[in-house]
Design a protein around this ligand. Structure first.
Ligand code: DGP
Ligand code: NA
Ligand code: NA
Length: 208
């Protein structure tokens, strides 16, 4: 019986800082809402929790933490939302998530941490049904209005992050050309997402 296993889709947007994820998340949210889907837009890090506030302070360079420690805090921040995520998906809500485990692994391994060690705390989190990777060169991203004050927003570091992301691609990924005009990026995103939402509604199992 398909209908009893019907659920929302877990859609993740990934990419370098300034790739346009936030704009595309909000546009995708409106689009799916207009089509009558139940949908929410989330982001990680979720800076509203206690763990999230520690992360936010670290990113603002107001605190200093060992690389392993901050890695585990980012992961903990995803874990503290896991059960809510599962219940939302099972009740039919589609989630659009701005950054997830792939950010966790690519940003920390770009610092030189062992990639398998970086992946370990992500094991058991819910697997995305679709990862939209908004691809842009680090140089191009850096030109977009300049980086802010946050810790990772530096060209040399973003080049390493881009390399790490490349090694993480899997079958759930769809590479989107994020250098195109906003409307063209939006169209690529829409075309990819509809099929994914439908498959989940028809009962594709949730996995970890
Ligand atoms: P954002 O709020 O999307 O701008 O993300 C804040 C910064 O933190 C951004 O440079 C990406 C980075 N980031 C996001 N998730 C993780 C993670 O799990 N681990 C690490 N090390 N960095 C992350
Ligand atoms: Na950022
Ligand atoms: Na961002």
């Amino acid at each position: 019986n398909h209908s009893s296993d019907s659920r929302g889709a877990l859609i993740v947007l990934e990419g370098l800082d300034r790739c346009g994820k936030t704009t595309q998340s909000s546009r995708l949210l409106s689009y799916l809402e207009e089509l009558g889907h139940t949908v929410e837009s989330w982001r990680f890090p979720d800076r509203t929790t206690n763990v999230g506030q520690m992360i936010s302070s670290y990113l603002a360079n107001k605190s200093h933490l060992d690389d392993h420690t901050i890695h585990l805090l980012f992961s903990a921040n995803r874990w503290e939302k896991r059960s809510l995520m599962e219940s939302k998906l099972k009740s039919g809500t589609t989630l659009i998530i701005d950054r997830y485990s792939y950010s966790g692994v690519s940003f920390s391994s770009a610092k030189g941490l062992d990639v398998e060690w970086c992946k370990a705390p992500e094991i058991g989190l819910l697997a995305p049904d679709l990862v939209l990777y908004l691809e842009i060169s680090p140089e191009n991203a850096a030109e977009r209005g300049g980086y802010g004050e946050e810790r990772y927003e530096q060209l040399e570091f973003q080049k390493k992050v881009a390399q790490s992301y490349k090694t993480l691609r899997d079958a759930s990924w769809k590479i989107i050309d994020a250098t195109l005009p906003i409307e063209d990026v939006e169209k690529q995103v829409r075309d990819t997402v509809l099929n994914c939402v439908e498959t989940c509604r028809e009962g594709k199992p949730l996995s970890e």
